[in-house]
Write a protein that binds this ligand. Structure first.
Ligand code: SAH
Length: 545
């Protein structure tokens, strides 16, 4: 299915059904009316949003009456340029009605959604009703190369012609097709590029390509296409590219798989007898191949920042990584913040202190070929998991060289200092530094020295981890040092649970600041000599004398 499926709801009543559908379509997003429901994507106006999706070619699954959808899209319907599948569903999932989107994809989608919700979709396309199974939408593992030819074929059948079936098409066994052994028309199931005006060709995806040597940066996709053509094989019959596990990090292979639009799998040895020839070997199976059953994928490990807490302050990139994740790891509180998760997603919650262990576990899972996401609050690179993940990689470089092949990515997030600063105004408007006051991983003497230097340099200071039960006196000691360099009336911002329901923001002076005012959920920003208060706002001017 091209594009992300937009599951559109108007209120929270439809959210359950929406999530049930989403569980079957990882490539989908739930769109909710901003004023009524919190979903993956917020919209303000139903009609405007639906038309935007339609024009962008996004498949639309609207959980509301067919009438509302039709009226919303009416003005777009004269333009036949784009026609993504559009379905209307009863909010409770009891009815699935394909409305638009050609005879092909919308009915496939309707069937898949119907299967997920255990209802029979209301399919109204004549060819479909007549032949039960849609000839033009073969099941997974088969591909139709020419939809126009297919449409002609179906209209011939509707006009009274009969057909033969050549090759194995198990899904047509029970279909009420008008069959005749001597028919002029034929449905031909074959991996070979074949076809004439009397046949409907469907390719089983049953060809594997083994790329022995991907080190040469030449055009792998082009070579695969050429090899297929030389054997008379149709491009759509290709099921997967396979390659030695030692080439897992090869960009050329990833590009080739993308260009050929097939999965890329890695094996320790060729998954078939590839012969002595180096280069590209092809193998034609009798039946379609499920690429997932061969070797393993290149695993991914994505370290994301959730932002300070609210869904609004999470970046779309982080949200997309979560939606694509198969495994999610992190400290329990943050993992809960990142949810809810689908049934197919595995969640691994651990204690906050087990960062390195969690990072190693993430590499192990990714090395099995899984899509792994590690969550941090705020930004993952600020006193958080991104550094722990790289420490694990660094420490494991001799023992686990295979971790290097994992596709690693770090997705930034809104750090607590930035979120707090924005609520207060612009206290970080000029040079500043961030410091963690936790002495778990560094000696307290280093912290004291750094505070003194920051004080002397007249930097605004943002303190993370200001105080905990295990570190009761350190904060007051830190403030004593700051006071050597700053006036008692220096503005101080205290942000607690910023972006979360319990959010509070206080502006105090350095003179008033003491340990009782802060805890582990507080961000402390101490101004420089130029930091000022205007009304309720705190800011540091962009200049410095
Ligand atoms: N990676 C995180 C920081 C982790 S250290 C980030 O970039 O924000 C944890 C400290 O961050 C807490 O002790 C607190 O000082 C601060 N913090 C995290 N979330 C916060 C929030 N929502 N409001 C205020 N401070 C927060």
């Amino acid at each position: 299915m091209a594009g992300l499926i937009a599951i559109v709801v108007l209120g929270s009543g439809a959210l359950d059904t929406a999530r049930r559908i989403q569980a079957s379509f990882p490539d989908s997003r739930v769109h909710g009316l901003a004023s009524r429901v919190s979903a993956d994507v917020a919209y303000e106006d139903f009609g405007v949003h639906l038309r935007e999706l339609y024009v962008a070619g996004a498949p639309i699954v609207a959980l509301c009456s067919a009438g509302i959808v039709i009226r919303a899209l009416a003005s777009c319907l004269t333009d036949k340029g784009v026609e993504p599948p559009v379905l209307a569903l009863a909010q409770d999932g009891s009815a699935v009605v394909p409305l638009l989107g050609g005879m092909r994809s919308v009915n496939v989608l309707a069937r898949e959604i119907g299967a997920a919700l255990r209802v029979t979709p209301a399919i109204t396309t004549s060819g479909e009703v007549r032949f039960g199974q849609c000839l033009l939408a073969p099941p997974e593992g088969y591909a139709l190369p020419d939809i126009e030819q297919g449409k002609r074929f179906v209209s011939d059948l509707l006009a009274g012609e009969t057909t033969r079936i050549e090759g194995r098409a198990p899904w047509l066994d029970q279909a009420p097709l008008p069959r005749a052994d001597d028919a002029r028309l034929a449905v031909r199931i074959t991996p070979f590029a074949a076809g004439d005006e009397h046949s409907l060709v469907i390719h089983p995806r049953c060809v594997l390509a083994w790329i022995e040597d991907a080190s040469a940066a030449d055009d792998i996709a082009g070579r695969v296409r050429l090899a297929m053509r030389e054997h008379g094989l149709a491009p759509l019959a290709l099921a997967a590219l396979t390659a030695p596990a030692s080439h897992m990090a090869s960009e050329a292979l990833a590009d080739a798989a993308r260009a050929l639009d097939v999965p890329l799998r890695f094996c320790d040895a060729a998954p078939f007898d590839a012969g002595p020839a180096r280069g590209i070997a092809l193998h034609v199976h009798d039946v379609p191949i499920d690429a997932r059953s061969i070797g393993r994928a290149r695993g991914t490990l994505t370290v994301i920042g959730l932002g300070p807490g609210s869904a609004e302050l999470m970046t779309p990139a982080a949200r997309n990584a979560l939606l694509a994740a198969q495994d999610v790891l992190g400290y329990e509180t943050y993992v809960r913040m990142a949810g809810p998760f689908r049934d197919d997603q595995r969640v691994h919650m651990t204690d906050n202190r087990e960062e390195l262990q969690r990072a190693r576990h993430a590499f192990e899972l990714a090395n099995e070929g899984r899509r792994v996401v590690v969550v941090s609050s705020g930004d993952p690179g600020v006193f958080a998991m991104a550094a722990a993940v790289l420490e694990a990689l660094d420490e494991g470089r001799l023992e686990h060289p295979e971790w290097r092949a994992v596709k690693l990515a770090i997705v930034p997030g809104v750090s607590a200092s930035l979120a707090t600063a924005a609520r207060a105004g612009a206290p970080l408007g000029h040079d500043f530094c961030v410091l963690s006051l936790s002495d778990n991983l560094k000696p307290w003497s280093v912290i004291e020295k750094r505070i003194a230097h920051a004080g002397e340099a007249d930097l605004v200071m943002a303190f993370y981890n200001p105080l905990s039960k295990a570190r009761p006196w350190q904060f007051d000691r830190a403030i004593e040092i700051v006071k050597r360099y700053r006036d008692a009336d220096t503005p101080v911002v205290l942000g607690r649970d910023i972006g979360r329901p319990a959010e509070t923001l206080r502006i105090v002076t350095l003179g008033e600041l003491k340990g009782e005012l802060v805890d582990m959920r507080t961000m402390v920003i101490v101004g420089s000599s130029t930091t000022r208060v205007v009304g309720d706002w705190v800011y540091t001017p962009r200049w410095h004398a």
